[in-house]
Design a protein around this ligand. Structure first.
Ligand code: CLF
Ligand code: SF4
Length: 470
């Protein structure tokens, strides 16, 4: 990646996997309407372009949205990006969207503006996007074949007319391809989101990947369909299933990491999400609380916070380099170039550190590690185990099912009971407060050299498990 591109993404938590450990984003929900219908969306729920199902708590007008941004920027100095991602389509609500961006650009110019759209209306607004210096746009593209599109989109509303069936998807497809071309010509970095719908577009997404690559997209984010009857969506009511984590990873791998990179750290955020990607602080910033607060934005303090993060990242890179050199040297000396590939799970609250108690984790970040290095392969959501002093055994079952293929789990602390239960699965437990990138390499080395054998599982006793903490 060239230096200019690196500089454009290094503080954007969605465009850079590394940045998502350190920098936060927020969405302002100013766009309720949509110009198409997706079978995976119910307007009472967040836009699946950029969200997981769950009602947007509150809609904001542009003035309230800009006010909220200032309040959040003051409280969360690592906030670098403000996105508009729904709950409908931002460009089906252009007045609200652009007034919001105008206000933020003038009141908090250090924040990057980000937009997510289905692309239908984008060609009509490209000059406005350029004028606002918007550098990052997400397009949700689920098909390039209108016959497949007809299974996903019942209708499209365009220039006062409603299109249905294949004709609707053909129109949407053409406008999406035109949007990709216009964004590339405008030198705007494009991420494409695709919802993976098993049996409908799963295999087809490889062709979508190829098409967006040819049109200069920067990043491809293939997300699993989230579908349940209670969401009231067509797919949910029809019993359409989403993909398993293994199916998702396999499709992402099949697309390859060519000119268009694969995003694997998406959290399918709410359209009013606030904070680091793995956390959601939106409840702390309700409209009532925000509008009762007078923000005092200290640009100096924000700058200082960013400098500290960058200093920390520099040190982190140096530590990684030293470790990689030592690992290469050890491998050369031992004459064993290739070791096994292991999955390691990490509990983290952010900052690039292993810094979360096992019982508090609502997700585990999973790294694939071999003798050449490590790569982030995704996160796995869980119900957290700790219920204030005792462990929830039902949650432990779910956690065990997502960790059973991992060789180890790295946490800041863990109780005796879950440690034993993991031992029964053959999952080692490591307590550490190290950098994730360093810790996973060290643990890999310790496992493959036999210095970290599996724990001898003791007999499980349900009552003892409840008392042993988490
Ligand atoms: Fe928001 Fe989207 Fe911008 Fe990010 S989210 S508008 S690019 S600032 Fe990010 Fe959330 Fe995934 Fe979207 S993790 S759903 S990819
Ligand atoms: Fe829903 Fe977004 Fe599809 Fe519109 S584009 S129907 S808001 S998922």
């Amino acid at each position: 990646m060239d230096e200019r591109t690196r500089a454009r993404i290094e503080k954007h938590p969605c465009y850079s996997e590394e940045a998502h450990h350190h920098y936060a984003r927020m969405h302002v929900a100013v766009a309720p309407a949509c110009n198409i219908q997706c079978n995976f969306c119910n307007r009472k729920y967040d836009c699946a372009n950029e969200s997981r199902p769950g009602v947007v708590s509150e809609l904001l007008n542009p003035r309230e949205a800009a006010h909220k941004v200032l309040v959040v920027a003051e409280k969360i100095p690592q906030l670098t990006v403000v996105g508009i991602a729904g709950p409908g389509d931002p460009l089906a609500n252009p007045e609200h969207t652009f007034e919001t961006f105008d206000r933020i650009a003038s009141e908090a110019p250090d924040l990057k503006l980000c937009l997510s759209s289905n692309g239908l209306a984008l060609p009509d607004h490209i000059e406005r996007l350029k004028g606002l210096n918007i550098d990052h746009v997400t397009l949700t593209i689920n098909m390039i074949d209108p016959d497949i599109g007809a299974e996903i989109y019942p209708w499209v509303h365009f220039e006062r007319r409603r299109y249905r069936g294949r004709e609707a998807s053909q129109l949407l497809h053409e406008r999406q391809m035109e949007s990709l071309d216009l964004l590339r010509e405008a030198d705007i970095l494009v991420k494409v989101n695709s919802v993976m719908i098993p049996g409908i577009n799963d295999e087809h997404l490889i062709e979508v990947n190829r098409a967006i690559r040819e049109r200069g997209a920067f990043l491809h984010n293939i997300m699993p369909l989230i579908s349940a009857p209670e969401h009231g969506t067509v797919f949910g009511l029809r019993g359409q299933r989403g993909p398993t984590p293994a199916e998702l990873t396999s499709l992402q791998d099949a697309c390859g990491e060519g000119a268009v990179r694969m995003m694997r750290h998406c959290r399918q955020c709410r359209a009013d999400a606030v904070g680091l990607l793995g956390e959601d602080r939106s409840q702390e910033f309700s409209k009532e609380k925000v509008m009762a607060t007078t923000p005092v934005l200290d640009h100096g303090a924000r700058e200082q916070a960013r400098e500290s993060i960058e200093m920390f990242r520099k040190q982190m890179h140096q530590a990684e380099k030293v470790l990689a050199a030592a690992a290469a040297e050890a491998a050369a000396a031992a004459g064993t170039p290739a070791g096994p590939t292991l999955l390691l799970a990490v509990a983290s609250k952010g900052g690039g550190l292993v810094n979360q108690h096992f019982g508090h984790a609502k997700e585990f970040q999973v790294y694939e590690v071999d003798s050449q290095g490590s790569r982030f392969v995704g996160h796995r959501k869980v119900d957290h185990y700790c219920q204030g002093g005792y462990g929830e055994e039902a949650a432990m079952k779910g956690i065990a099912s997502v960790l059973e293929d991992c060789a180890a789990v790295l946490v800041s602390r863990i109780g005796a009971s879950p440690r034993q239960q993991l031992a029964h699965l053959g999952v080692r437990v490591i307590e550490t407060h190290e950098l994730i990138s360093v810790a996973v390499r060290q643990v890999y080395g310790d496992i493959t050299t036999g210095q970290l054998p599996e724990l001898e599982p003791a007999p499980l006793d349900g009552s003892a498990a409840l008392l042993a903490g988490c």
